[in-house]
Design a protein around this ligand. Sequence first.
Ligand code: ADP
Ligand code: MG
Length: 322
Amino acid sequence: MLSEFDLIKRYFAQHTITDPRIVLGIGDDCALVNPSPGMQLAISTDMLVSGRHFFPDADPYALGHKCLAVNLSDLAAMGASPVAFTLALSLPEANPEWLDQFSRGMLSLADEYACSLIGGDTTKGPLTICITVFGELPPGSALRRDAAQAGDDVWVSGTLGDARLALAGYRKEIKLDPAAQQQAAQRMHQPTPRIALGLALRGVANAALDISDGLTGDLGHILERSGMGASLHIDSLPAGPVLSHQSLATQRAFTLAGGDDYELCFTAPVAQRSAVIAAGVRSATPVTRIGSIDTAPGLRLLDDFGQTVSLQLTSFDHFSSP
Ligand code: ADP
Ligand code: MG
């Protein structure tokens, strides 16, 4: 039987931290961190609960990846670069096989983004994974939700809807062949945090966030915080490669309101169009212009003919969904 301390040592404290910003990592009462000189800390927490955010039998490697990826995605959406994270873990049992895969999935992504695991807490209980991530950015450079300006273009990174399509496949709402289900599921289980794009958009974009609950709902947060409205060209929305084989109605519904995409939605002045495109190229991340910000409250959806489209759409809300 693994003791709590052995477990931490074996699975989570295996790496020697070489980042000079980390003065002290796992093992003491607190970790000690020096942000780079002149930088501001960006801090975010995300909790993933078994049966709510992932299936109880989820592949542990993919789960480890996803838990950290969704946190890094928040740093990306702020334009911050990763520094370190802490991990609070509630586990029903100390299963070595599971812990080995879970920690590998998490720590390989951490290595990729030079984000060190510096501490946490471990307890027995229902499977719950809570990560707090620490990033840094120059003061005044954050891509805040309240910074959208009238006339800004609205942009989105990558593609939307494949993660929602995978869920529809699992739920048998839509029949997918096994190859399509697997490709879409990859998007659902192993999202890519758009860190490089977030950094490239500093000084270029005004407002940004990451799309976790669905484009319309999440863009709504920017509109509300900025006191603005927006029009979106629904036929410009970049559907995921698997979703693009579905009906137009499904493509519209899942690009607009599918969750779990972890793409960035951001606004930028029209004068920055070529700078946004250059940021996309520099970060090797596709970017698509999908609409514009204006002062009329609310979100309007327009088709290719400029006609208003009304869709009964709500994005995912943990308290109103079963
Ligand atoms: P405390 O008694 O202060 O809560 P713990 O015994 O829980 O300390 O933890 C010992 C050390 O291990 C601390 O440095 C803590 O940050 C770290 N730690 C505990 N759980 C984890 C975990 N799941 N991942 C990384 N570090 C952890
Ligand atoms: Mg503790």
